[in-house]
Design a protein around this ligand. Structure first.
Ligand SMILES: NC(=O)c1ccc[n+]([C@@H]2O[C@H](COP(=O)([O-])OP(=O)(O)OC[C@H]3O[C@@H](n4cnc5c(N)ncnc54)[C@H](OP(=O)(O)O)[C@@H]3O)[C@@H](O)[C@H]2O)c1
Length: 283
């Protein structure tokens, strides 16, 4: 099976490449420099050369604040470019697996969001990601959309890494206590994608189990790295975000669980992450 991974320089892309390189697939991974998904010509050229069976699109403009100021870029990368990939996938009778986000929802709910719940994004990032989903659902013949949330992996671009870096220089860090979600380890999402990718289609929510606030997440990170830095709770109102953040981002993994796949609790995943990505790599 020939698999193309786009956005392979990002945190989920890296986790998929790492997982799949130990399996029996032919993996062709492309960072942004190697394949810009906003270029129809580049997509065509790569697809003609490889004739893929599956494409996993991990490429995205994920910087929520920057999406607000570079709206055109956000809609191009997160909205139109997935459609370009889907169109080319159709020509090759290939399957497209597209990664999406909890930000397609308003974040105003107080119970976990199901795949069937009505999206209502509040940010340009969320709106542009929703456009990507909608164009694909209308136009792509063989499609799996995986929505995930609060991702972290072996990369500098995430909350775990930021907290670790801050803890090296600060005695205390203020973290919001009134926004809730499910921290999710990229390796666990990669494993779930592997289980779903052959014959599942439609939208699936894929996150680690359980929920917490960013404050609780930060406290657990400090505990696991044995840091003395104190985590202080602060309300969203007092934090002054440039772009509003959803107060409730928990995704219901009901469909995934119906397939017999249950991702472990977020605390267990976080503990494994530190063991696998840091301690083992120190040897
Ligand atoms: N991070 C999260 O907490 C989170 C939560 C929910 C859903 N998601 C979704 O999960 C997916 C993977 O996220 P991630 O955390 O792995 O993001 P990431 O680390 O930001 O990776 C995205 C990658 O896409 C690349 N990229 C940007 N524009 C591109 C283009 N035009 N062509 C090709 N590649 C391009 C980026 O390169 P540059 O960095 O050089 O621009 C980056 O390497 C995304 O679809 C995201 O929306 C993420």
């Amino acid at each position: 099976m020939k698999i193309i991974i786009t956005g392979a320089g990002g945190q989920l892309g890296k986790a998929l490449v790492k997982l799949f390189s130990s399996c029996d697939y032919k993996v062709f991974s492309f960072t942004k420099r190697e394949l810009d998904i906003t270029s129809k010509e580049q997509i065509k050229e790569v697809f003609n050369k490889i004739s893929p069976d599956i494409i996993i699109n991990c490429a995205a403009f994920t910087k929520v604040d920057l999406c607000e100021t570079d709206v055109e870029k956000a809609y191009l990368i997160n909205g139109l470019a997935p459609f370009y990939l889907g169109t080319e996938a159709n020509k090759h009778q290939a399957k497209l697996i597209h990664i999406s986000t909890d930000y397609v929802f308003s974040g105003n709910q107080t119970s976990p969001y199901k795949e069937t719940d009505q999206p209502n994004p509040q940010t340009i990032y969320g709106k542009s990601k929703l456009l990507g989903e909608e164009l694909l659902l209308k136009n792509c013949n063989n499609l799996l959309i995986v929505r995930t949330s609060w991702l972290y992996g072996n990369d500098a671009n995430n909350f775990v890494h930021t907290m670790m870096k801050l803890s090296e220089k600060l005695n205390s860090i203020k973290v919001v206590h009134d926004q809730f979600g499910s921290p999710t380890y990229t390796r666990d999402v990669a494993l779930a994608i592997q289980s779903l990718m052959k014959d599942k289609t439609g939208i699936y929510h894929v996150t680690n189990s359980g929920k917490c606030s960013w404050y609780e997440f930060a406290k657990e990170i400090m505990r696991l790295i044995h840091s003395k830095t104190e985590i202080l709770p602060i309300s969203s109102q007092d934090y002054q975000f440039n772009t509003p953040r959803p107060s409730y981002s928990v995704l219901d993994n009901y469909k995934l669980e119906k397939e017999g796949i249950r991702l472990r609790d977020w605390k267990a995943a976080l503990s494994t992450f530190f063991r696998e990505e840091y301690i083992e790599n120190e040897d």
